[in-house]
Design a protein around this ligand. Structure first.
Ligand SMILES: *Cc1c(COP(=O)(O)O)cnc(C)c1O
Length: 423
């Protein structure tokens, strides 16, 4: 499609957008009495209007039923998590029994590492991306130390080539092959939080398995953003938060994927708790842990109903919109953003997009490397009703999301940059 840098053109795309009514289902933060241009769904998604009622329904149940809420009605708390599995599985390309919603992201990463990072003999290393989100780095380092290894030696980081910002798939695959016999686990982001690069998860998983390693992904920036086929790609495990693209609210709950071929493997070590124990005999309170089959068997504690109720409300919107439709709009929104940035009359030394240009290698986010006075530009944007985020030392992340952003939002952002750079 050929784009135009005019308000009328942006509005015509919005008119033609089959998902345009979803915006009305969200609270848009205000700036001087007007909607902000919110391009920060990669950090904290906006609040679905239905979230409050969903939360209140559980509060009412609690008020009226007390402990009986665990076993009353269709949405009884005892099995509440199971109602989230279907819609969650549709977002990440899994079978319902392969996913469970529980805890928070980094906690779940640790639980998965207990099961899928089992160093022994010569095979004790973890291969990961350089510049992973810090929490992931800390989780990997501490797990490696926990098993008695030195992170400097046991963690292999694949970095971009000199002068490049993103990783080449061929380099990731070559690093896996070269270190093959020493790698116990390949663990990467699905989408790098800084550059917005989508990794080729299918190819990475294949290569990891070919050398005899497990393979897992942190999908914090991928879930609800890009098309995922976790089951089909044969990924061993994945974890993600739900408060970014999935709009479950600050500190919202997290999702976990465990491939079905691991579901009934008694040899996989795990950190167990009563909520992962066979549901039919859980309340017999007996000794001897019997894991539930599927991802549910990794549950440790009883479900956090209140954050899960909010997530459930958001998942309903994903089901109504459909991931394929969301992704189709997302590609267009981001392509429009790219078109407007490419049209700026500024030298590459001033501003550069470091996110890959191929649609399959990026989600909705573009990362702008601002070489001069980047922080100042960011603050001016924020003061003028644009919400984005800043990552040290010099990157502004811009993430138009297909559920609630419009082409007009993207146009307005482009106009602001034009005024800034072309003055
Ligand atoms: C957002 C994010 C986190 C945050 O972890 P929490 O445990 O939810 O605080 C971790 N890893 C990645 C890759 C992220 O993008």
């Amino acid at each position: 499609m050929s784009f135009q840098n005019t308000l009328a053109f942006a509005q015509s795309l919005d008119q033609a957008d089959p998902l345009r009514s979803f915006r009305d289902q969200f609270h848009i933060p205000q700036h001087n009495g007007k909607d902000t241009v919110y391009l920060c769904g990669n950090s904290l998604g906006l609040q679905p209007k239905s979230a409050r009622a969903a939360l209140e329904a559980e509060m009412t149940k609690w008020a009226e039923l007390g402990v009986e809420g665990h076993f009353t009605g269709e949405d009884q708390w005892f099995t509440y998590h199971a109602g989230l599995a279907g819609p969650t599985a549709r977002v990440v390309g899994a079978k319902p029994e392969e996913v469970v919603v529980m805890n928070q992201l980094t906690v779940n990463l640790h639980l998965m590492l207990v099961s899928f990072y089992q160093p022994r003999d010569q095979r004790y290393k973890i291969l990961t991306e350089a510049g992973a989100f810090p929490s992931d780095q800390y989780a990997l380092e501490s797990q490696v130390r926990f098993h008695g290894y030195n992170p400097d030696e046991a963690i292999i980081e694949v970095a971009p080539r000199a002068g490049e910002h993103t990783l080449r798939t061929e380099d990731i695959l070559a690093a896996i092959r070269q270190n093959g016999s020493e790698i116990a686990l390949v663990m990467m982001g699905g989408v790098n939080y800084y550059t917005g690069q989508v990794f080729d998860m299918a190819a990475i998983t294949r290569e990891a398995h070919a050398v005899g390693a497990n393979c897992g992904f942190d999908l914090a920036h991928a879930a609800g953003n890009v098309t995922l086929q976790l089951h089909g790609w044969n990924v061993d495990f994945a974890v993600w938060c739900t408060y970014k693209y999935m709009n479950s609210g600050p500190g919202g709950t997290s999702g976990v994927f465990v491939h079905e071929r691991h579901a009934r493997n008694p040899d996989l070590p795990r950190f167990a708790g009563w909520w992962g124990h066979d549901q039919s005999v859980r309340f017999q309170m007996k000794k001897g842990f019997i894991p539930m089959p599927g991802a549910e068997g990794w549950q440790v504690s009883n479900s956090q109903i209140l954050p899960m109720a909010v997530y459930k409300a958001s998942l309903e919107l994903f089901d109504q919109a459909g991931m394929a439709n969301l992704r189709a709009k997302s590609e267009q929104l981001t392509a429009y953003l790219e078109f407007l940035i490419n049209g700026l009359q500024q030298p590459k030394e001033a501003l550069e997009v470091i996110t890959p240009t191929e649609p399959s290698a990026r989600g909705c986010q573009l990362s702008l490397l601002v070489h001069q006075n980047g922080r100042q530009l960011f603050e001016t944007l924020m003061a003028n009703g644009f919400t984005l985020d800043w990552r040290e030392p010099n990157v502004i992340r811009v993430a138009p999301t297909p559920l609630y952003n419009t082409f007009e939002d993207v146009y307005r952002f482009g106009q602001f940059l034009t005024a800034h750079f072309n003055q």
